[in-house]
Write a protein that binds this ligand. Structure first.
Ligand code: ATP
Length: 491
């Protein structure tokens, strides 16, 4: 208010001086210069978009977070300490200062931090690691100091005795010190965070808990993780099937679902989806239903939305007839090997363009798998290269459409070698000479390619038939594919 009044008066004076014929431009220039220097000195150039307005933060309950049962349990145990300070003081227990949420993007780390603030009736302040990294030395450190000051002041103003500071992407400011050689700004900022954390005491009038999120725990400075700092690490992993189901239930609760919708099937079909993917999936399914003017969201909307979330929007791009036939044969190659290697695993086979792909086969594991055997990896490699082998056998040439498949195949071969599953035996992945690695990869890939070729040649006519069907229908389900295979006594 005062600032606005002063600005008004200043503008008035400037206008009067101009009318009087004064040359005010040198003064204006000096004024701007002085202002800039003052801003630098006081940290007035703060631009940090720290979210300190607690009213804007929707209160989230742990019940609104699907799955993540272990993470929730571990977190609640730690938060109960914050809720019962007298008992902790009595026992002489050191307060928990930092909780690190570690896991892939979109798994609900921010949601957990917000729910923690709700559960402990704390002020919630959030910032992202990248907001502390600035060109000017010392600014990041100053922002850290301000963050803690803000948290205390906001809590006092709202009559609360605790605050949760959530720092997303902490790896940006918290990676091992001395590693960023260009400037010391990162190190100063991290040092300041450590100093602030060390200064927190159980006797403070406002208890501050720092929650931080990362998916790069490996790069964090060990000083951050030592006891007394972020000594509680909560893993927030991708949800398993039950977790996916409960997340889907949460995100479809406000949507009109057809009674025939089977969310269990959707949960099964969405292996490796994060909570954010599932939220997006529910949203996309609703959009598809709306486009069709359907009053309910049906199973087919969800199934199509899965493809959209994985592959992107369906495109109008139409390859020419010859290309389309090649795409159909390529995808049939993947699907056939998929069914032979893992019966019942193909969900959808399609030659409609989505994202950067001209066609795709969506495979579905029968169960969420967390460990991979050699047999499993070899099967996956066979499926990955089958598209290109089918092109070679049926069309007598390969195309560039297989480059992603090869990337996937070589990645899997590397995993095999590094896990000691090759003729090289147990190897150290960091010291294995590139030439040796390359040669072993070629041997494995050539062997698997030869095996796939035999299968594709054996089923040449069948591939032609399925590809023809695909050209006519554009896409069909795994069940339809299995029908065709049963007719030909393949499955
Ligand atoms: P990032 O690491 O990218 O910041 P994050 O792990 O913090 O991601 P959130 O921001 O918490 O993820 O989640 C993003 C969105 O995904 C949420 O707003 C919510 O809609 C949805 N979501 C993620 N996980 C869950 C979950 N377990 N239950 C319900 N919704 C979830």
């Amino acid at each position: 208010m005062l600032g606005e009044l002063a600005l008004g008066i200043l503008l008035g004076v400037i206008i009067i001086l101009i009318i009087q014929g004064f040359n005010i431009f040198p003064f204006l220039f000096l004024g701007f210069l002085a202002y800039f220097v003052w801003q630098l000195g006081t940290g007035g150039v703060e631009r940090m978009d720290t979210n300190t307005d607690t009213k804007k933060i929707p209160l989230i309950d742990f019940k609104e977070i699907g799955g993540q049962e272990t993470a929730k349990k571990e977190l609640l145990e730690a938060l109960d300490f914050l809720k019962d300070l007298p008992a902790i003081k009595e026992m002489g227990i050191r307060a928990i200062k930092g909780i690190l949420l570690n896991g892939p993007p979109g798994t609900g780390k921010t949601l957990l931090a917000k729910a923690a603030a709700h559960y402990t009736d704390s002020i919630f302040i959030s910032a992202s690691g990248s907001e502390f990294i600035e060109m000017y030395a010392g600014l990041g450190a100053k922002r850290i100091r301000n963050l803690f000051k803000n948290a205390r002041n906001s809590a006092r103003k709202s009559g609360k005795n605790s605050a949760i500071i959530f720092i997303d992407e902490i790896d940006v400011l918290g990676s091992t010190r001395g590693q960023v050689s260009s400037h010391m700004e990162y190190d100063q900022t991290l040092n300041q965070l450590l100093v602030e954390m060390d200064g927190l005491s159980i006797d403070d009038d406002v208890q501050i808990l720092i929650m931080a999120a990362t998916n790069r725990m490996d790069v964090l400075d060990p000083a951050l993780l030592r006891p007394g700092r972020f000594d509680r690490i909560v893993n927030v992993d991708l949800p398993d099937k039950d977790g996916r189901l409960s997340i889907l239930k949460i995100h479809t609760a406000n949507k009109p679902l057809s009674p025939k919708v089977d969310l269990e099937e959707i949960a099964r079909e969405t292996f490796s989806f994060s909570g954010a993917h599932l939220e997006n999936l529910a949203n996309e399914a609703a959009i598809l239903a709306l486009r069709e003017k359907s009053p309910f969201i049906c199973q087919k909307h969800f199934i199509e939305a899965i493809d959209k979330v994985i592959m992107g929007e369906k495109l109008d791009r139409k390859p020419n007839k010859e290309e389309l036939k090649r795409v159909a044969i390529h995808e049939t190659g993947h699907a056939l090997l998929g069914e032979i290697m893992n019966p019942g695993s193909v969900s959808v086979i399609s030659i409609s363009s989505r994202g950067r792909a001209l066609g795709y086969v969506r495979h579905n594991p029968a169960d969420d798998l967390y460990l991979h055997t050699k047999d499993y990896l070899e099967k996956q490699i066979s499926i990955a290269i089958a598209g290109s082998v089918a092109e070679e056998v049926l069309l007598a040439s390969k195309s560039t459409g297989a480059s992603n498949d090869f990337k996937q195949a070589t990645r899997l071969v590397k995993i095999m070698i590094e896990a000691g599953m090759s003729e090289l035996g147990v190897v150290d992945k960091d010291t294995i000479p590139e030439k040796v690695l390359y040669e072993e990869m070629s041997i494995i890939l050539r062997r698997i390619e030869a095996e796939v070729k035999i299968i594709i040649e054996k089923h040449k006519e069948l591939i032609e038939k399925i590809a023809g069907e695909l050209l006519a229908q554009e896409s069909f389900s795994g069940d339809k594919l299995r029908e065709l295979l049963t007719e030909e006594k393949v499955a």
